[in-house]
Design a protein around this ligand. Structure first.
Ligand code: BES
Ligand code: MN
Ligand code: ZN
Length: 490
């Protein structure tokens, strides 16, 4: 998609113009000719300016656009970033459904809000909603094919900062869609080696360092838990490390860990029908990690990042690991397998040990579709966060509010930690059904040692059954925007 900028006077002769309309505020439209053109529609009260309302009309006049969309933003005092994103998502979807691939969009001005913020929200609403995963669908007719937007012109007295923000939002939206594509594509393609190839491709494109460990090397590293989960798979595991040095003069670095479970059958604790069908989504953490690093590199973010991805399938078969087995982790701790379906914490544990011992980052943020329990807790709206560093959480919370990729903290208390005790090994990978998301985090915590750490359980937010505003159904890419915002804040 192309992004352009222009002043209102230059946008009067375009084919398609999108005008913001605030409930009860006709005066928002100050340009005389446009004011005249929209008058009849307003007089008939077809457009009221209600939140998310889309009105289309065709002013048969010279010197004004052929089509004008009015986009309702609701009452002035209620206008905020998220309603603006949602309203412009509605417009973008309308444009796409009408096969209009080019439009000029007048950016609303609201005194209370910073121009860069509101333009950013407009841009996000449009860019993020323009998405379709259709590479395997053969359209009956050429016109049935999804046609993405080609060119959006932002109209107004736009400062350099505003233009910069809009361009940034386009890069971030691309990173989100990259993550969505990885989540949505078939697990027959998106296997551990495919994730490794993606990391290498990002490294090549942006001159980053990428190290991929194969099975032999993973054995040498002593990652007994990643290997245990991999036993049932006919595909070798991969351990992927992707480094972005955006601030070479600083030693500070953030590790981003992503669960790369490319298909979770549950193993011998096999998932039943209705739970197994979408389990290619179990690499969403890896998709977020790759998306963030790709986005950060394209944005030239002045931060040092290390992406870490343990990648494997969790399958059944004569060699697969079994409930009651005991395996030795890279940390040296032995683990009793209470359930082969609690595999995420196993592969993440070895990734954490590698990270704290070899990378020694200043902080770790991990993204994992770790528990079904988090979906029961927050639905598909909020990521559950567990942490050993309150102050870091507060920043993440702020980033969550700013991006609307919201987070909420859950506690790890000693009583929860005790649920992981084993009689036959150092720790068990199962804490039972109560507080399932917390006991999973308590397991990870054992491998974090003293590094400041945020764990995001994204099993709820990674996948939608039904689209919501600018978030499509299936893979959502949730976490990418949150993390980029968080990185800018630290
Ligand atoms: N990958 C699943 C969690 C999940 C559930 C992701 C739904 C996305 C949507 C994870 O590996 C898992 O199976 N967790 C178990 C843990 C249990 C055995 C303690 C679960 O949540 O049931
Ligand atoms: Mn599982
Ligand atoms: Zn899983």
């Amino acid at each position: 998609m192309q992004v352009k900028f222009t002043k209102l006077e230059q946008a009067l002769k375009v084919e398609t113009l999108v005008l913001p309309f605030i409930e009860g505020e006709k005066e928002l439209i100050t340009e005389e000719r446009l004011k005249e053109a929209v008058k009849p529609a307003l007089a008939l009260k077809d457009a009221k300016g209600k939140k998310g309302e889309v009105t289309l009309f065709y002013p048969a006049k010279e010197d004004v656009p052929k089509r004008i969309f009015l986009v309702g933003l609701g009452k002035k005092e209620e206008v905020a970033m998220e309603p603006v994103r949602q309203a412009y998502a509605a417009i973008a979807k309308k444009l796409v459904s009408m096969k209009i691939d080019t439009a000029s969009v007048v950016v609303p001005e609201i005194e209370r809000l910073r121009p860069a913020d509101i333009s950013g929200a407009v841009a996000e609403g449009i860019f993020l909603s323009d998405y379709s995963f259709n590479k395997y669908v053969s359209p009956e007719k050429e016109e049935d094919k999804y046609q993405p937007l080609k060119s959006i012109t932002f109209v107004g007295n736009l400062s350099k900062g505003v233009k910069e923000t809009v361009r940034e939002k386009l890069i971030i939206a691309d990173a989100v869609k990259y993550a969505r594509d990885l989540q949505n594509d078939t697990a027959d393609l998106v296997c551990p080696e495919y994730l490794a190839q993606q990391a290498k491709a990002i490294a090549k494109e942006h001159g980053l360092k990428c190290t991929v460990f194969n099975k032999k090397e993973i054995e040498k590293l002593g990652m007994g838990l990643l290997l245990a989960v991999n036993r049932g798979s006919s595909l070798e595991p991969r351990f992927i490390v992707l480094e972005y040095k955006g601030n070479p003069r600083s030693k500070d670095k953030t590790a981003i860990l992503g669960k790369g479970l490319t298909f979770d059958s549950g193993g011998y604790n096999l998932k039943p029908t209705k739970f197994i069908e979408t389990m290619r989504e179990d690499m969403s953490g890896a998709a977020v990690t790759l998306g963030v690093i790709k986005g950060a590199a394209r944005l030239k973010l002045k931060k040092n990042l290390v992406g870490v991805i343990p990648a494997t399938e969790n399958m059944i078969g004569s060699r697969a690991y079994k409930p009651g087995d005991i395996y030795k982790s890279m940390s040296g701790r032995t683990v009793e397998i209470g359930s082969t379906d609690a595999e995420g914490r196993l592969i993440m544990a070895d990734a954490l040990t590698y990270t704290v011992r070899t990378i020694k980052p200043d902080r770790i943020v991990d993204f994992a579709t770790l528990t079904g329990a988090i979906l029961i807790t927050f639905g598909d709206l909020v990521s559950g966060v567990m942490t050993n560093e309150e102050r870091l959480y507060e920043k993440l919370y702020e980033a969550g509010e700013a991006t609307y990729e919201r987070v909420w903290r859950l506690p790890i208390y000693d009583e929860y930690r005790e649920l992981l005790k084993s009689d036959i090994a150092d720790i068990k990978n199962l804490g039972g059904r109560p507080a399932g998301s917390i006991t999973a985090a308590a397991f990870l915590e054992k491998f974090v040692e003293k590094t400041p750490w945020l764990h995001l359980d994204i099993a709820g937010v990674s996948w939608l059954k039904k689209e919501r505003h600018y978030i499509p159904k299936n893979g959502t890419g949730t976490g990418v925007r949150l993390m980029v915002e968080f990185l800018k804040m630290i």
